[in-house]
Design a protein around this ligand. Structure first.
Ligand code: FES
Length: 119
């Protein structure tokens, strides 16, 4: 079974192959949502972009980003700017399934100096 390490919380859990990252994080007691989004979120439908997580290790061992997720990263201004400097690894946890060992960072900080964005 794949292992998910939540680096900020220093928690590691085993999950079934194909498990949903957001659901497993919540089961593990990880605080998925920042601020007001603890109450106001889309319940895992991939539209509020508040469940962002940075895949620190093993981005090739999670599902690929689908069209729905890509679209919301462009439509939601906060998610758009949150991607700066984390274009390859920032994911919506509700739209991500796990297929191998990964390390993830919940509620990642903004990177206003992203190298790729401003290059
Ligand atoms: S819970 Fe809203 S986008 Fe993931």
């Amino acid at each position: 079974m794949p292992k998910v390490k939540f680096v900020k919380e220093k928690k590691e859990v085993e999950v079934p192959n194909g498990a949903n990252l957001r659901q497993e994080a919540r089961k593990a007691g990880v605080d998925v949502y920042p601020g007001i989004h603890k109450v106001l979120n889309c319940q895992g439908n991939g539209m509020c972009c508040s469940c962002r997580m940075n895949i620190k290790e093993g981005s090739d061992r999670v599902s690929k980003q689908g069209l729905w997720e890509k679209m919301w990263f462009y439509l939601n201004p906060i998610a758009f700017f949150a991607r700066i400097g984390q274009e390859d690894n920032l994911r919506l946890s509700c739209q991500t399934t796990i297929h191998g060992d990964v390390e993830v960072e919940s509620q990642p900080e903004f990177n206003w100096h992203g190298d790729k964005f401003w290059a």
